[in-house]
Write a protein that binds this ligand. Structure first.
Ligand code: ZN
Ligand code: ZN
Length: 251
């Protein structure tokens, strides 16, 4: 299973970066986990976006879904004509909000581009060789962490969440834990997000083999985040940068 970072920024995109977006691939299967501002431009440098097999949106914050409009236009104006509907799995209730700013024709075009289904906690969705299982975490209501399994290999993407039992359960035993680390230390506890140190604690307590931090504000000091997470995890931690690639296998 291969993870490619397309967007590592939280809330707004830093220079040359993008908001939340992570590509997971195995064999000929490609799934996109979140689709924040700027993700589709970066995805186009890695693969043909129209060849995606499914898109998963963890929750209804703009930095996780804003580029769905970009993806819809790309699919509609493909040189070979509109592609078939792309599977789009969303937090329940989000489709109404996504459609709200669109004209009635725009709404129709959006629903022509995507086959929309709701995420259901604990309900595994098979996409090619990958199995994706959503789990509720503690952030905006509802927000889903995503467990992506390729046979015995497990990638856990925390989405946005504070540290707690829910994210701990879904992260357990991950080969790679892709954890949000939004908050600088001085903001700890002030929002339903984690600090880098808490992401390290999560990885340690969950028994994860590898930790990658993502969803950092562009102004965060990434070196400090890396040091704080490494101290809590007890092993080397990587801070995600756009186009980083991680090949995840048994370790
Ligand atoms: Zn976010
Ligand atoms: Zn959020």
């Amino acid at each position: 299973m291969r993870l490619t970072v397309l967007g590592s920024s939280a809330s707004y995109a830093g220079p040359g970066q993008a908001c939340a977006g992570h590509l997971v691939q195995s064999g000929s299967t490609s799934v996109l986990l979140d689709c924040g501002n700027g993700v589709i431009a970066n995805l186009g440098r890695v693969m043909e976006p129209g060849d995606l097999d499914a898109v998963f949106i963890t929750h209804g914050h703009l930095d996780h879904f804003a580029d769905l409009y970009t993806l819809q236009a790309l699919l509609r104006y493909a040189p070979g004509g509109p592609s078939g509907r792309l599977d789009l799995a969303l937090a329940p209730g989000l489709i109404e909000r996504i459609l709200a700013p669109l004209s009635s024709r725009g709404k129709d075009e959006f629903l022509e581009a995507f086959q929309v289904v709701d995420l259901v906690a604990g309900h595994t969705m098979e996409v090619g060789g990958l199995a994706v299982t959503p789990a509720l975490v503690d952030h905006a209501d509802p927000t889903f962490a995503l467990l992506v399994e390729d046979g015995p290999i497990r990638l856990c993407y925390t989405a946005d969440t504070k540290l707690g039992d829910r994210v701990m359960a879904v992260a357990a035993g991950a080969n790679l834990l892709l954890a949000e680390a939004t908050l600088p230390q001085e903001y700890a506890g002030q929002a339903p997000h984690m600090t880098a140190s808490q992401a390290g604690t999560l990885a340690y307590q969950a028994g994860a083999l590898q930790l990658v931090l993502t969803h950092l504000w562009p102004t965060n000091d990434r070196e400090s985040a890396q040091c704080e997470a490494t101290a809590a995890f007890g092993s080397h931690v990587h801070v995600a940068t756009e186009f980083d690639v991680f090949d995840i296998g048994p370790q």
